[in-house]
Ligand binder design. Sequence first.
Ligand code: HEM
Ligand code: NAG
Ligand code: NAG
Ligand code: NAG
Ligand code: NAG
Length: 613
Amino acid sequence: MNKLIFFVALLSAEILSCEGANPCCSMPCENRGVCTSTGSKSYECDCTRTGFYGENCTTPEVLTWVKTKLKPTPNTVHYILTHFKGFWNILNNIPFLRDGIMRYVLTSRSHLIDSPPTYNSDYDYKNWEAYSNLSYYTRTLPPVPEDCPTPMGVAGKKALPDVKLVVEKFLLRKKFIPDPQGTSLMFAFFAQHFTHQFFKTDVKRGPAFTSSLAHGVDLSHVYGDNMERQRKLRLFEDGKMKFQMVDGEVYPPTVKEVQADMHYPPHVAEEHRFAVGHEAFGLVPGLMMYATIWLREHNRVCDVLKREHPDWDDERLFQTTRLILIGETIKIVIEDYVQHLSGYHFKLKFDPELLFNQRFQYQNRISSEFNTLYHWHPLMPDAFHIQEQVYSYKQFLFNNSVVMNHGIHNLVESFTKQIAGRVAGGHNLSPALMMVAMKSIEHSRQMRFQSLNEYRKRFSLKPYTSFQDMTGETEMAAELEELYGDIDAMELYLGLLVEKPRPNAIFGETMVEMGAPYSLKGLMGNPICSPEYWMPSTFGGKVGFEIVNTASLQKLVCLNLKGPCPVVSFHVPDVKDAGSATINSSTSHSGQSDLNPTVVLKERTSEDRTSEL
Ligand code: HEM
Ligand SMILES: *[C@@H]1O[C@H](CO)[C@@H](O)[C@H](O)[C@H]1NC(C)=O
Ligand SMILES: *[C@@H]1O[C@H](CO)[C@@H](O)[C@H](O)[C@H]1NC(C)=O
Ligand SMILES: *[C@@H]1O[C@H](CO)[C@@H](O)[C@H](O)[C@H]1NC(C)=O
Ligand SMILES: *[C@@H]1O[C@H](CO)[C@@H](O)[C@H](O)[C@H]1NC(C)=O
């Protein structure tokens, strides 16, 4: 008995005193140094190749010191890239300068991503299991050790605030805040559609696991993430995917016909249960719209390839078309999608050759933090305006008759016209999506994510010094301070969504400086971008290579619609110009002489965009 009491006393003393805690809880190693505990009181920082030395990797080597003195801050770089339009217009047309800057953008960003990957949510040290088990998302920062005094290590309170409370207090929308960058729902649904091929949490195993084992742009959302599903969706004729014709237009086949599982609630009628690569794309008509467009694109490219190679069998046509579509996706994501999101006047370029003389690993692993930061649900409005109709969430979700009744042409037009919500700055989440935000905070806690400030340091940003420094205002800052106690205890996801947006921008600094490295590494780390793959023969010859190299959102949509091309853009049309019937030029970089769209968007400056708000 006495022994037991003694043991319990010892145990509680151990738990209560901070002295007994893992010394790495205070995250003592700076500048990406690696902390290892040596006994219960001491630790060691491994500063190898950090450019720093000393007990906590805080003393810079000479070269590091010079570099940090010369390096402009991310906000300065962002300012330069989003201003001085005339300067950039000239520079964009000088190939070697454009290439040089693009090369710098790609290398400076992707060097921030560990490749090969390191940790995962169950391992805070490097080991073979963490490296090799593809069912895990990787982790950029290891989880906070289990035995720390607080959830964020040593900073902040013993418990984090109630999840529902913080979502209601800081994220819920009062009045819709439109994105000052003019992002359209066409963009928002592209984001959701594109990213769900690699953000595919395996809910049965838990938030640390993924069921998309390719960890990148594999178009599993078109073809299925396993062979059985792919076989169900393929036609096995001329390389094509199964489809159905409705009123002379191509749509995905039904679940009943192909027997590929989809998540639909019971009330959905059989004829509206479309089957596509991703099981969950019946959720939102915007996803099914893109799924339909990519299905049409696949079958269209098959026809093109078959004309070039009448001797090729179904398998070769299918496989080569898939590579072409992967290439098109990466081209569109860099030159239309990231271009829009960045707000840069510098014209981004998808050109794998830029990296051929660089040290760059052609591999990628999706990280849990990337998934979390990509929960851009504030993009979603409170209701969806399609042609003359307004749909509530209840009417819109799981409703493929929206897709059938309006048709792809009208959906594209309506989604292009409707503006998306601003993501950073707080208070802009539709109540319909409250549960999703709660889940992402709960999951982050379960996976023991480190604090926002630790992530800022990891991505070469200065940690915020106060809640006001983070939000750029006083009201939320005061409430956050009361709930979290210490800025070093601020959680990542909530921080990203309440962070002060950059001037006239959709995101704050952290979202961009963290998101861009993951994004560019994932895009350029694709095998098709490697010297071994990046050549015409990989894509069925010159014709296929040309399809990849001239892809654009506009072409993707318009080559797969009958009749005149609708307005299609990641940017809502200029309200002032929309009245005057013929609008010239385009937001798109690629040649579209073969498209003959009825209306193409006018090139707008960022001054135009902000003045309209
Ligand atoms: C009406 C529109 C939308 C609805 C109803 C919706 C709903 C959901 C739901 C229910 C989840 C799963 C949450 C969980 O249990 O963890 C989810 C996850 C997610 N959503 Fe959305 N969402 C919408 C739009 C978007 C948009 C526009 C984006 C933009 C990028 C987005 C990005 C994500 C991401 C990255 C995940 C994590 C996926 C995963 O890990 O499997 N969502 N969403
Ligand atoms: C290293 O960090 C620890 C804990 O934060 C601190 O006590 C110690 O003084 C630091 N050492 C140096 C040399 O700065
Ligand atoms: C990956 O890890 C999970 C969880 O430990 C385990 O269930 C699974 O079998 C592992 N997968 C492989 C391929 O080892
Ligand atoms: C689905 O959309 C159609 C119109 O496209 C509408 O008539 C119907 O009411 C919607 N379904 C639900 C359940 O709201
Ligand atoms: C559009 O371009 C055509 C020819 O390029 C020109 O004649 C016309 O005036 C332009 N319209 C507008 C509104 O700028």
